[in-house]
Design a protein around this ligand. Structure first.
Ligand SMILES: *Cc1c(COP(=O)(O)O)cnc(C)c1O
Length: 237
């Protein structure tokens, strides 16, 4: 009798995603090792998070402060990324607990992160979130104001600016997102050319389940992937 050992579907999906990241990197003449996979855990139970960690996922992302704090308690070896809209009055809860904040989008928020990081004796790494298509429903700073915010942040000694993040408009065809990814890279390059203090514009956080391969072709260094790893929201792993 043949014994078939069934692979955990979660492990299978992680392998698939990693394979696609590698292929996309290769197509673009890039090294897949320079791309960080952040598994997005919103609505995912602790048990699946622990399994994903067991399959080698080191970076995870949450978009709500409350959920993040609960998940950190059970999964404190993970490097946690904060990827959602951040209210100024919630900053104090996450300083010192997150590996990278992806969603800095206004001066007032930067000032609070600076203040809280200073009090904690820390330097907090951040990305500026750009509303690349100027959508009313999305957070992120508009393109015209990115440089001004980056310059202001570069004067804040307890913040380390590491690049940009965006969420392009939802499209059926990932090719439609390509121009937005390319534009984010151009803005990043423009800011990098200014050689601002405390700013190392190495990261482009762009690409989700539906379009991460296109994002990698356009230079993404961080991809944020939820459903392609944990399954659709109604059938989380
Ligand atoms: C939910 C979310 C993701 C992941 O989206 P999927 O399409 O499920 O991969 C990525 N980034 C942010 C900011 C999110 O809120």
């Amino acid at each position: 009798m043949k014994r078939v050992i069934k692979m955990d579907p979660l492990e299978e999906r992680i392998k698939q995603v990693r394979g696609k990241i590698e292929k996309a990197a290769k197509r673009a003449g890039r090294n897949a090792e320079e791309i960080t996979l952040v598994a997005v855990t919103k609505t995912v139970p602790d048990e699946a998070i622990a399994r994903a960690a067991g399959y080698g996922i080191e970076h995870m992302g949450e978009n709500r402060v409350q959920e993040l704090l609960q998940k950190i308690v059970y999964n404190n070896v993970i490097k946690w990324h904060f990827i959602g809209h951040l209210q100024t009055n919630k900053v104090k809860y996450i300083i010192g607990k997150v590996f990278l904040i992806h969603s800095l989008d206004r001066l007032e928020l930067a000032e609070e992160i600076q203040d809280r990081s200073n009090k904690a004796g820390l330097v907090t790494p951040v990305l500026i979130q750009v509303n690349i298509a100027g959508e009313k429903t999305k957070s992120g700073i508009c393109e015209a104001s990115v440089l001004g915010l980056a310059e202001a942040v570069s004067q804040m000694p307890n913040i380390s600016l590491q690049g940009l993040m965006t969420i392009p408009p939802w499209c059926e065809d990932p090719e439609e997102a390509r121009a937005y990814f390319r534009r984010l890279r151009e803005i990043r390059d423009e800011i990098a050319a200014r050689k601002l203090k405390n700013a190392d514009m190495k990261h482009l956080s762009m690409g989700m389940s539906g379009d991460f391969e296109t994002a990698i072709e356009e230079g993404a260094t961080i991809v944020r992937i939820g459903t392609a790893i944990f399954g659709s929201r109604s059938s989380k792993a």
